[in-house]
Every structure is written in structure tokens, then in C-alpha cells.
Design a protein around this ligand. Structure first.
Ligand SMILES: [Fe+2]
Ligand SMILES: [Fe+2]
Length: 150
């Protein structure tokens, strides 16, 4: 039987991942044709969508209720993605790094405090590693941008 802490953590993570999907969709709306970010954004969106799917199905398997706040996170995410991207790729990439560093910290905070079952813990750890990979990806894109002097 899952504890309410575990269900609460899964619910919170689903919302954060819904926000992540929308952040990158907001960026893509503006930068989807850019040489440096287009492909990386498509890849990031696919990974964040997988995070939403897997966390949400784990929540369902454990009998947790769904969050009523998801639409709020979705809307906030889109704005966090779209608005900085108006300033260009560099601002969008820096937002991406900021968001992913927060995600890594949020995942760690939950890993430290929540008594996850083995399967849920493995999923959370896998996702955290994906977020670390996103930080590397955005830093690389920023470096490429710098080399072009854009
Ligand atoms: Fe994610
Ligand atoms: Fe990510």
C-alpha cells in the first residue's frame, strides 16, 4: 500500500513534468525552426512527455488521485517557455538550464525524503538522470551558439 507521501510526490512530479513539456512547447512555438535548438527541443519534449506518462501511470497503479492543478502548471509552463524565447535562443537556453537545475533539485529533495517503493524510486532516479542530460544538452547548445557569435 503506497503511503500518501509517495502518492503526493508522484502527483507533484506529474505536474512539474507537465510544466516541463509546456515550457519546451512554448520555446518551440517561437524557435522551432532554429538550426541549433529545433532538434534538441523536439527531443526534450519527447523525453518530458515520457516522464509525464510514466509518472502518471505509476500514480494510477498505486491508486493515487489525479491533481486538480495540472492546467495551472501547463499554462505557467507555456509562459515560462514562450516569454524568454522572445528574446532569442540564448535566453531560451538559459531558461532551459534554470528549469532543469530546479528539476534535478526537486527530484533529489523527494528522493531524500519520500519512502518510495523500489519501482517508483527507480523511475524517479531515471528521470533525474534525464534532467541532468538536458542540462548538458542546453549547455552544449549555448556553447555552439557562442561559437557562431550569434
Ligand atoms: Fe522531465
Ligand atoms: Fe528535462
Amino acid at each position: 500500500m503506497a503511503t500518501s507521501d509517495v502518492l503526493g510526490a508522484l502527483r507533484a512530479l506529474v505536474n512539474l513534468e507537465i510544466m516541463a513539456v509546456r515550457i519546451y512547447r512554448g520555446q518551440r512555438w517561437r524557435l522551432g525552426r532554429s538550426e541549433i535548438t529545433a532538434e534538441a527541443l523536439a527531443e526534450a519534449i519527447a523525453v518530458e512527455e515520457r516522464h509525464v506518462r510514466e509518472l502518471d501511470s505509476r500514480r494510477q497503479e498505486l491508486g493515487g488521485s489525479r491533481s486538480m492543478l495540472s492546467p495551472f502548471y501547463a499554462a505557467a509552463g507555456w509562459l515560462i517557455g514562450f516569454i524568454p524565447s522572445l528574446l532569442g535562443q540564448r535566453a531560451a537556453l538559459k531558461t532551459g538550464i534554470w528549469v532543469e537545475e530546479r528539476a534535478v533539485r526537486d527530484y533529489q529533495r523527494l528522493l531524500d525524503r519520500v519512502p518510495f517503493d523500489d519501482e517508483s524510486r527507480a523511475l524517479v532516479e531515471r528521470n533525474q538522470e534525464d534532467e541532468r542530460e538536458h542540462i548538458r544538452m542546453w549547455e552544449e547548445s549555448l556553447a555552439k551558439l557562442g561559437r557562431r557569435g550569434a
